[in-house]
Design a protein around this ligand. Structure first.
Ligand code: CU
Length: 202
């Protein structure tokens, strides 16, 4: 290869790098920072954190639910998500579909996304005075991981967990989080209550 050729390749590579770094739809860190800034201004109560890897909504590692006299155990777990974890008849999957934590636990969850599309691990039904809309929400961009913390209430209860991207719950991304002994199983949870009543189109 001649010196000129090598120089040209360098120029092309450099130009591509600049184009990537400045592309508005490229998901670069700078763009995400701006978005995060904008959203935090509009929804400062949502404690939203956004960066190039994804998003955490309603992060809470300090505020106790009213019914918890003191902070419970610190619990840490990873959740893998992707097509490789899909059960038969499903397109996507979590590596597990049920998680159990003690009452008043501080839960640190890392969502590890093995797909190239975005996925979420979203808990519903938490106390609204602490979690706007009753939600705690992790979102990991394709090939990324995202960690967030939240503190659960004291009562035995089963919370819905799902991915809210269009059709992803129906395609396998549904689970349940049990606090204490839980309050039973939710319907259509893959591998728990889902297999007994498979959808007809599968
Ligand atoms: Cu998803």
């Amino acid at each position: 290869m001649s010196k000129l050729d090598r120089g040209l390749i360098d120029v092309i590579a450099f130009t591509a790098l600049i184009a990537f770094a400045t592309a508005p739809a490229g998901g670069g860190a700078q763009v995400n920072d701006e978005r995060a800034h904008h959203r935090q201004k509009d929804h400062s109560d949502h404690r939203m954190v956004i960066d190039a890897d994804g998003m955490v909504m309603n992060y809470n590692e300090n505020e106790l639910p009213r019914d918890c006299a003191q902070l419970g155990e610190d619990v840490t777990f990873d959740v893998h998500v992707g097509v490789r974890y899909a059960r038969r008849g499903a397109a996507f999957g979590f590596d597990l579909n049920e998680w159990q934590v003690p009452p008043c636990a501080r839960v640190a969850v890392t969502l590890i996304n093995d797909d190239s599309v975005r996925h979420q691990w979203m808990v519903h039904g938490l106390p609204r005075y602490l979690y706007p809309q009753g939600m705690f929400h992790l979102e990991a961009n394709g090939g990324s991981r995202k960690t967030g913390k939240f503190i659960v209430p004291s009562d035995d209860r089963t919370y819905l967990v799902h991915c809210d991207m269009a059709h992803h719950m129906e395609k396998g991304l549904k689970g349940q989080l049990k606090v204490g002994s839980g309050s039973g199983d939710l319907p259509s949870v893959p591998g728990i209550t889902g297999a007994r009543r498979p959808d007809r189109y599968l």
